[in-house]
Write a protein that binds this ligand. Structure first.
Ligand code: F6R
Length: 610
């Protein structure tokens, strides 16, 4: 996830910027850069790769320059290279800007600006902001007014910091959706995306709210709204140490990432919708005719990414009427599947580097299939080699167990399914629009589910001595059961089996004995009655029953020893919401056992061996 740092009034800005960037490294990044306000031009350096590359490149920086901005980039638009690294300049080189977030309408805006003679030096969505501000300043606005005007024209999410050589001690900062903190004390002014970057420099700072603009100068700052009225931002007391600050105040990265899921979903959905309500999957390099020609779909992945495919299958089949097979990558590549040029093979991978999935994609290409990859890391090996790529925008995931990337993959697969259905004419535009509206309600529903974490922790405490767990579900609830069981195995080291609820009686029910915990996915799908029959079968054999239940469904709740309540949503989207209490349950069980949830034993975040 990108990081921002800015300082003005410091005797020497560069060391402050470099230290701030190193404190933002934990968020993950693929390039970094700084700009210093030095005389009539700005001095800028940016480098792809680790911070060491940038350190090696700033040796000739102008000495004792007191104002500057810095950035660590996690690519979303444009590959991670020097050109696309921030800061971005306007045409004159007098302005430098850093940006976190996504500008949804950057394409029409950059077309307009290019038509007016602006030259773009990168493939990013961010650069458009630099030129928009430049255009406004050319009409006579000062920097802050130009920023204000430009922000009225943009859609999407942003936190920005801007410097201009005409006012070399001023940083203008603003935000919408993406966080930004500002502060001023004893002759310095600071701007940062996260608290770690500011630690040691300032003890009190302010969190900007949406559409607030801060003019930060040495020792002073003024915050205004989009209309220029002065406002008071929210005060933040910074009393965290560095480790707590990196985790955003959460105990572990995994918990932080579980709580980042609403944002991950919002960002993944951002900008995918055209003004007329149709879908824009602009990274798809397969044209519409090629996609219309598809007569079979494979979804291939490993672990949690494979389960995202399993959960999305129901929507893809239902909406597109295409046959869909979901395969474990390490099986798919060796089993001679029936694949030809009309087959669409969708690789799903957080890292884009998992060797099993990468090799499966290569095989699929060799067999002549069209290969589309859904992944979270821009320019990863899979992204580079596929015919088309769709990026989830969950930001870097540091905890080894996948959480926010899983729900983002699900939503991305569902968007793709709607896109295919529209192309194939198996859904009316109105139906697609209705589903897209429901998709946009998911971040709020996930937020609500997260709000019940206190109750999930009580359920975990009640069960933490138990050695055997079963997770059961039917239809879309089945992959949720598999993912819930996987999370428990990975971080709590508890034996857990995910099973289709209807299959229990064909064997595994022999393992149920008094005290076994059975977690059932019992939200309101069309097979709820059948799930409940299976729940009764395990209850009769003494199992402790934990059920994931839709808010208000008291009759289902009555069958459980413990209830995990979730807000109700459309059946095909329910895995996105229903998985949340299961992630939390695994997390609290692991913590109750004293495990390191961020680095579970025997596991690696990215598996690059077969
Ligand atoms: C589970 C988990 C793993 C990964 C799997 C695939 O929490 O993290 O099961 O899902 O190793 O990794 P990616 O998605 O990077 O291909």
């Amino acid at each position: 996830m990108c990081g921002i740092i800015g300082v003005t009034g410091s005797g020497d800005a560069l060391p402050v910027l470099m230290e701030g960037l190193s404190r933002l490294e934990y968020r993950g990044y693929d390039s970094a850069g700084v700009a210093l306000a030095a005389g009539t031009q700005l001095w800028t350096r940016k480098r792809a790769g680790k911070l060491a590359e940038l350190v090696a490149a700033v040796g000739d920086a102008p000495a004792r320059t007191s104002c500057g901005i810095g950035h660590t980039r996690w690519a979303t638009h444009g590959r991670p290279d020097d050109r696309n690294a921030h800061p971005h300049a306007d045409c004159s080189g007098a302005l430098a800007l850093v940006h976190n977030g996504i500008i949804e309408n950057y394409l029409p805006l950059s077309d307009e600006l290019a038509g007016a003679g602006h030259h773009f030096a990168s493939d990013t969505d961010s650069e458009v902001l630099a030129h928009l501000i430049e255009a406004r300043m050319a009409e006579g606005d000062g920097l802050a007014d130009a920023v204000r005007h430009c922000l009225k024209a943009v859609k999407g999410a942003f936190a920005i910091a801007v410097v201009h050589s005409s006012e070399p001690d001023l940083i203008v900062a603003a935000r919408r959706v993406s966080p930004l903190i500002v502060g001023a004390a004893e002759g310095v002014g600071l701007v940062a995306s996260d608290i770690p970057a500011l630690l040691g420099h300032i003890s009190e700072c302010f969190a900007l709210e949406d559409d607030q603009i801060a003019e930060v100068r040495p020792g002073s700052m003024v915050v205004t709204d989009l209309d220029g009225n002065e406002v008071t931002p929210s005060r933040l007391k910074v009393d965290w140490d560095l480790e707590a600050a990196e985790k955003g105040g959460y105990e572990d990265f995994m918990l932080k990432e579980i709580h980042e899921q609403p944002k991950a979903l919002t960002d993944t959905l951002l900008g995918r919708l055209q003004p007329d309500g149709t879908l824009r999957l602009d990274e798809v390099r397969l044209d519409d005719d090629e996609l219309r020609d598809v007569d079979k779909v494979f979804v291939v992945g490993c672990g949690t990414s494979y389960y995202a495919g399993l959960a999305a299958r129901y929507a893809i089949e239902h909406w597109t009427r295409l046959p869909v097979e979901i395969d474990i990558a390490s099986e798919f590549r060796y089993r001679d599947p029936v694949v030809d040029s009309r087959t669409l093979v969708i690789g799903v991978s957080q890292s884009g580097e998992t060797i099993d999935t990468l090799q499966a994609m290569r095989e699929a290409k060799r067999w002549g299939a069209k290969v589309l990859v859904i992944c979270n890391v821009v320019d990863s090996s899979m992204a580079r080699e596929a015919d088309a790529v769709l990026y989830t925008r969950a930001g870097p995931e540091i905890g080894v167990a996948a959480t926010k990337t899983h729900v983002s993959q699900l939503v991305m697969l569902q968007l793709l399914a709607l896109h295919l259905a529209r192309l194939r004419g198996t859904m009316y535009p109105d139906e697609v629009r209705t589903m897209v509206r429901v998709l946009h309600e998911l971040p709020a529903k996930v937020e609500e589910a997260l709000g019940r974490d206190g109750h999930v922790s009580e359920v975990a405490l009640a069960c933490h001595q138990v050695r055997d767990f079963f997770y059961i579900g039917r239809h879309v609830g089945y992959p949720v059961a598999l993912e819930g069981a996987l999370k428990l195995k990975e971080i709590a080291y508890i034996r857990a089996e995910g099973y289709p609820a209807g299959e229990l009686k064909h064997g595994p029910i022999a393992l149920i004995e008094p005290g076994t915990v059975v977690v059932g996915i019992a939200t309101g799908g069309h097979l709820l009655d059948k799930v409940l029959s299976n729940v009764s079968e395990v209850r009769a054999r003494g199992a402790t029953v934990v059920l994931v239940v839709d808010d208000g469904d008291e009759s289902t709740a009555a069958l459980a020893d413990h209830v995990l309540w979730v807000p109700q949503t459309h059946e095909l989207f329910s895995p996105v919401v229903d998985v949340v209490p299961l992630q939390l349950l695994a997390y609290f069980l692991a913590k109750a056992r004293g495990n390191d949830v961020d680095k579970p034993r025997n596991l690696a975040k990215t598996v690059t061996v077969e």
